[in-house]
Ligand binder design. Structure first.
Ligand SMILES: *Cc1c(COP(=O)(O)O)cnc(C)c1O
Length: 377
């Protein structure tokens, strides 16, 4: 089955009793057992529950895995993944990451004696050299946030020396619609489902998917023990969102490419970062690894941080807000917003990150244009 078909049907057979075509929202937290200690498919909703199960089957199929967990946020997904770590373990992480991931890994360093080394994962020699530290996890996201660097998943996973080392990929920006980390050799994929998977700025959620049975068993145990489960209502909403993921991603990409080209040719813009531009240093890799370039565009404005701030304040259709991946366009200033807690090279005062939505492209370009032109005066 192709992606679009799975998104609509996987895990969602018509209800065997009522014939309902849409997976029902089952709110019951407990399930009757025919005999003591002999539960049927479900026993208690923290462990598993029908609406979430339907979603998890769908997520697993979309990512090309065999097991998925739907949890209450992207950060909850990351916390569960950190259960694979024990004191003394080492993590190698790409240095350009979502701000909350940096916060979590730095916290583990202080409280759990888990040391994370942040590296440029596009420097393969550097990654290979650091493998002598015997890392438990190689942690990356691609495209990266906010610099939209592309990391070669297949290359990175090829460097690991044992199956004890886990390659973890944050697939939030690309979504399974554009990129399949598991098929490229990653062990675990996770998402902030709050972003493109949800797509409408009204669900806080996360997901983890794997194709490895041993990891699935451990994840099932972690979920039961730590209890981050997504609610039945949010599971229903997310299942509903997934049905249009492919349509939305196409629309995001189409708009983002035009926005990137417009900015690249604008005299007030210093540099544009978008993997779909020929000027992007990993354009060829992006083309090979992804089936589309996504909806995120970052750029450096000319003339300093004050210019960036004023540009953002003048936007009318792009909303100045954190988050990304939804139908409405958002703009933000990483240095003072999403990445304010961490100084990272490349995240300068002139950097602006756009999450290009699916409004009409003429209105989006017009909005960017009016704000940039007032700049020039
Ligand atoms: C938002 C985000 C997260 C965290 O997800 P929440 O749902 O906000 O907890 C993790 N990774 C990336 C790339 C994100 O954009």
């Amino acid at each position: 089955m192709k992606f679009e078909t799975k998104a609509i049907h996987a895990g969602q057979k018509p209800d065997s009793v009522t014939g309902a075509v849409v997976a029902p929202i089952v709110t019951s937290t407990t399930f009757a057992q025919p005999a003591p200690g002999k539960p049927l498919e479900y026993e208690y909703s923290r462990v598993s529950t029908p609406t979430r199960k339907a979603l998890e089957i769908c997520l697993a199929e979309l990512e090309g895995g065999t097991f998925a967990l739907a949890v209450s946020s992207g950060c909850a997904a990351m916390s569960l993944l950190c259960q694979f770590l024990k004191p003394g373990d080492v993590v190698l992480a790409e240095e350009d990451l979502y701000g909350g991931t940096l916060r979590l890994l730095k916290h583990l360093e202080k409280t759990q004696n888990v040391q994370t080394h942040f590296l440029d994962f596009s420097d393969h020699e550097l990654v290979k050299k650091n493998l002598s530290l015997n890392p438990r996890i190689l942690w990356l996201e691609t495209p990266t946030n906010p610099l939209l660097k592309i990391i070669d998943i297949q290359k990175i996973q090829g460097f690991k020396k044992t199956t004890k080392t886990l390659v973890v990929v944050d697939n939030t920006f690309a979504t399974p619609c554009l990129q399949s980390p598991l098929s490229l050799g990653a062990d675990l994929v996770f998402h902030s489902a709050t972003k493109y998977l949800g797509g409408h700025t009204d669900i806080l959620g996360g997901a983890i998917v794997t194709g490895r049975k041993d990891l699935a068993e451990e994840l099932h145990f972690f979920n039961k023990t730590f209890g981050p489960a997504l609610s039945p209502f949010d599971s229903y909403l997310l299942l509903r969102s997934l049905k249009t993921l492919s349509l939305r991603m196409k629309a995001h990409e189409k708009n983002a490419l035009q926005v990137a080209r417009f900015l690249e040719n604008h005299p007030q813009v210093q540099k544009v970062l978008y993997p779909g531009l020929k000027s992007h240093p990993q354009f060829a890799l992006a083309k090979k690894q992804m089936s589309g370039f996504g909806g995120m565009v970052s750029f450096y404005i000319k003339g300093g941080e004050k210019r960036a701030i004023n540009f953002l304040k003048r936007l009318k259709i792009f909303t100045l807000a954190e988050s990304l991946g939804a139908v409405e366009s958002l703009a933000e200033h990483p240095r003072t917003m999403t990445h304010s807690a961490f100084s990272s090279k490349g995240v300068t005062g002139e950097l602006i990150r756009l999450s290009v939505g699916i409004e009409h492209i003429d209105d989006l370009i017009e909005d960017l244009k009016q704000s940039l032109e007032k700049q020039a005066r």
